[in-house]
Design a protein around this ligand. Structure first.
Ligand SMILES: *Cc1c(COP(=O)(O)O)cnc(C)c1O
Length: 435
């Protein structure tokens, strides 16, 4: 499979280049040049398998000219030792797609682990090394750290804002060691992101190292996220009704991944783009005006994004045609009070505990189904509630149980390097004695 940049559709690059470069030099985003359409029967059949089975069948379809079937099987089995089950909340109308059974307990494991497996494969072939730089507000760092841990040829440096991630999130970033280093930045997430951007733009650094990004601008984080839409379809298709996905969104990688799966022929009737007060996309869907803004702080903080990096990809998938996008995607946004009330309602009604991000997906589906009652809804649960334990315990007056894998991290010792929020400090760390 070849890829092109949204800025220049006529110039194609290889799978390896799109994977390892992350972003084209023209600052566009990579897209698959041809999206195979194996037909509804293909999805009917494969969607009964596990996440790893589905990943294998689709990966063969996409990448068999680059990687042998045996190797692909080994890569996906390694990436996906966990599944993404669907839980029915009410009588067959509302389903929760639990994406938090991976090692970091958030959906970002799926993209990060597939991408790590693929990068590891190509680097082993070419004997090269890559240095991954990633800024995190919490969840991306954990998924990337655990996904890339011990992968030969890869060094990972994670920048996180000191004192602004949850205890559990910090442990995931700072206790692994090996090829993972955590830089604890005395500043905000925006500072971390600006430092990483400056590093990618620095000629001297780029000459010295192969720098790569592991955030959702990399198309190899998005492609695997399509697999769980297929898996979920398989689990609800017996309902015999049109299937709707409600995706709690920030940078809109997760929703774009669902649209990619639909483009391959997965029978998705409609998408709901659900956000918190960072509502640029729901506003765009309503008015046609796209007005990015500085991010607004909310309790669903992994979705506090005022200028979503995958918006271009989403509109591009609809031929940059506002009306076609609006026909397939509905947008809703909710504030913190509504989010808390939804968490309480779901807990009281079904005894089910949702993290705040998941609750926004729930609210999106509730709003959409008011005018579309004869459909079957799947809301994506993007993180385990224990990742936000203090908040969830407080809202639900309960004591969320911490899964064993997370609990064991709590006893490990934190190792981080504290640096000030300046690019020079990052450069000094990466390239000692040049600054
Ligand atoms: C990253 C994240 C999101 C947002 O996903 P996007 O692909 O950026 O839209 C939602 N929920 C949680 C828990 C996350 O970590």
């Amino acid at each position: 499979m070849k890829f092109y940049s949204t800025q220049n559709p006529s110039k194609l690059v290889s799978m390896e280049e799109a994977l390892l470069r992350s972003m084209p030099a023209d600052r566009g985003l990579y897209m698959p040049a041809t999206i195979p359409t194996p037909g509804a029967a293909f999805f009917d059949k494969i969607s009964d398998g596990s996440l790893a089975d589905i990943a294998y069948e689709i990966s063969k379809l996409l990448f068999s000219s680059e990687i042998s079937a045996d190797k692909l099987k080994a890569l996906v089995d390694h990436a996906f030792p966990f599944d993404t089950p669907v839980v029915a909340l009410d009588r067959g109308k509302t389903h929760v797609l639990e994406l938090f059974h991976g090692p970091s307990q958030a959906f970002k494991d799926v993209g990060a682990r597939y991408m790590a497996a693929m990068m590891g494969y190509f680097l082993e072939q070419s004997n090269r090394e890559v240095h991954i730089l990633v800024a995190t507000s919490g969840d991306t760092g954990g998924a990337v750290a655990m996904g890339f841990l011990g992968v030969p040829g890869i060094k990972v440096t994670i920048l996180y804002p000191s004192g602004r991630v949850s205890d559990l999130q910090e442990k995931q970033l700072t206790t692994l060691g090996q090829n993972i280093t955590a830089l604890e930045v005395d500043g905000s997430f925006d500072d971390c992101q600006a430092m990483v951007k400056a590093a990618f733009a620095d000629e001297e650094l780029n000459q010295a190292y192969n720098l790569a990004s592991a955030n959702s601008i990399n198309i190899f984080r998005l492609i695997p996220q399509g697999f769980y839409y297929v898996r979920a379809y398989g689990q609800v298709k017996k309902c015999g009704k049109p299937v709707v996905f409600s995706t709690p969104s920030g940078n809109f990688g997760n929703l774009s991944a669902g649209v990619l799966a639909q483009r391959m022929g997965l029978p998705v009737n409609h998408f709901v783009a659900a956000t918190n007060k960072n509502r640029v996309v729901p506003t765009y869907l309503q008015s046609g005006n796209y007005e990015p803004h500085a991010s607004i702080e909310t309790i669903s903080n992994a979705m506090d994004v005022g200028n979503p990096s995958n918006f271009v990809r989403l509109t591009h998938l609809f031929g940059d045609n506002y009306d076609s996008l609006k026909e397939k995607v509905s947008g809703y946004w909710f504030d913190d009070e509504q989010t808390k009330a939804a968490m309480q309602e779901v807990y009281q009604q079904y005894g089910y505990i949702m993290c705040p991000h998941t609750a926004i997906g729930y609210l999106g589906w509730q709003s959409y189904q008011q005018a579309n009652s004869d459909k079957c809804g799947i809301l994506l649960s993007t993180a385990h509630p224990a990742k936000f334990k203090d908040l969830v315990d407080d809202i639900l007056e309960t004591n969320v149980e911490i899964p064993a894998a997370l609990a064991s991290l709590m006893n490990r010792e934190k190792h981080s390097i504290q640096i000030p929020a300046h690019f020079d400090a990052l450069k000094e760390y990466l390239m000692p004695a040049t600054v």
